[in-house]
Structure formats: structure tokens, C-alpha cells
Design a protein around this ligand. Structure first.
Ligand code: MP5
Length: 206
């Protein structure tokens, strides 16, 4: 099994994760302000959790994968500053509790420590690829969201996702039980991504 086959194999849930109504509203400019703010604050918290997950993944990565994981960690760290700036401009406090779908995502990422390296790497690739495709579906985006669309549709980001895909495929080359664990991790990422958009959209209705 190759990681790159998974979006096609599970196209139903993958579509829900990457073509959510939240993203249509970003494209059209019809998103309620509260939904975007909920997403921004919750995603900042998510990126903190992703940074800690990726640091732990790096600790057990084979040498050929270390460069790309380090590159991703550096990008995540600078992304936190970018989120802080975006939140500051909007006067949004970032010390918020995680909403339940975000807490579920954090727990899932933490649990990947007990999974084979190949499954954890597949999850990392899946969550990055989900964001690439999701924001591509929102492109070019209403002017006020364009900076966000550009952030996750930049060619450098697409290259990074491609590099993770190659690493995940290499890690899965031996097949067997690890492939099944990776497939399960992929499916869980797809569900969590869908739930995250839904949470943000519902945040606009508070
Ligand atoms: C990403 C993200 C992409 N920021 N938020 C969610 C819910 N899923 C995936 O991660 P990154 O590190 O921002 O590219």
C-alpha cells in the first residue's frame, strides 16, 4: 500500500475533510466572522499540538527523513508567530480552551506515539495534505482571507507535502500490519479534519 493511494480509496470522507462548506464560504466571502475567529484561535492551539507531535516523531525518524521533518518543524514554529500576529490584529485572545473536536485531535496525535513510525508519518502527511487540498478548494478566496489561502497553497508548501508523501511511501514499502495501521491513521485524520471545519463553522453561530 502506498500513502498516495489513500485519498482516492477513501474519497467520500476525504472530500468531506477537504471540501467543507466552511471553505466554500471562505471562497465566497460569506463566512460569519465568528466562524473564522473560532477557526483561527482553535487552529493556533492545534499547531502547538502538531509541533509537539512532530518533535516526537523526529526523535524516532530514520536519518533520510530527518531533513524534511526538521524543515516542517521550523515552518511550524514560525507559523505560531504568524498566528499570534493574525490574532493580535483582530484582538483575539489565544488562551482559549480547546473545543472538543480539537481536544480529540490533540489526543489522537499524542496517541500516535504508540503507533509504528510509518503510521504516525502517514498521519502527518495526511493532515498536511488535507490542508493543502482544503485551501486549494477555497482559492483564490475572498480578499480578507486571501493571505490564509496563499499560506497553504504556496508551491513551497505543496513541495513539503510531496516530500512527506515520498517519505510515507518509503516507510510503508514493507507492507503488512503497518500498512493497516497507517490506513487507520489516515481515516482518523480525515474524520478529525472534517470535524474541525464543522466545529469552526458552528463557532460562528454562537
Ligand atoms: C493543519 C492545520 C496543517 N493547521 N490545522 C488542521 C486542523 N489540520 C492541518 O498544519 P500546518 O502545520 O499549519 O501546515
Amino acid at each position: 500500500m502506498q500513502a498516495r493511494e489513500l485519498p482516492q480509496r477513501y474519497s467520500g470522507i476525504w472530500e468531506e475533510a477537504t471540501r467543507h462548506p466552511f471553505l466554500d464560504a471562505v471562497r465566497r466571502g460569506t463566512l460569519p466572522a465568528g466562524a473564522f475567529e473560532t477557526w483561527l484561535v482553535q487552529d493556533y492551539l492545534f499547531v502547538n499540538d502538531a509541533l509537539s507531535f512532530q518533535a516526537r516523531l523526529l526523535a524516532r525518524a530514520p536519518w533520510p527523513d530527518q531533513a524534511i521533518l526538521v524543515q516542517g518543524l521550523v515552518a511550524l514554529e514560525s507559523e505560531l508567530g504568524w498566528f499570534e500576529e493574525q490574532a493580535g490584529r483582530r484582538g483575539l485572545p489565544l488562551e482559549a480552551p480547546r473545543h472538543p473536536p480539537n481536544a480529540a485531535y490533540r489526543d489522537f496525535l499524542a496517541g500516535l506515539e504508540r503507533e509504528p513510525y510509518s503510521a504516525a508519518l502517514t498521519a502527518l502527511w495526511a493532515l498536511e495534505r488535507a490542508y493543502l487540498e482544503a485551501w486549494q478548494s477555497a482559492a483564490p478566496g475572498a480578499p480578507k482571507y486571501r493571505e490564509f489561502v496563499e499560506h497553504w497553497t504556496a508551491p513551497e508548501f505543496a513541495d513539503y507535502v510531496g516530500g512527506l508523501e515520498e517519505a510515507a511511501d518509503r516507510a510503508l514499502a514493507s507492507g503488512g500490519e503497518e500498512g493497516r495501521r497507517a490506513e487507520a491513521a489516515f481515516l482518523e485524520v480525515a474524520r478529525l479534519e472534517r470535524d474541525f471545519w464543522q466545529m469552526a463553522l458552528e463557532g460562528g453561530e454562537e
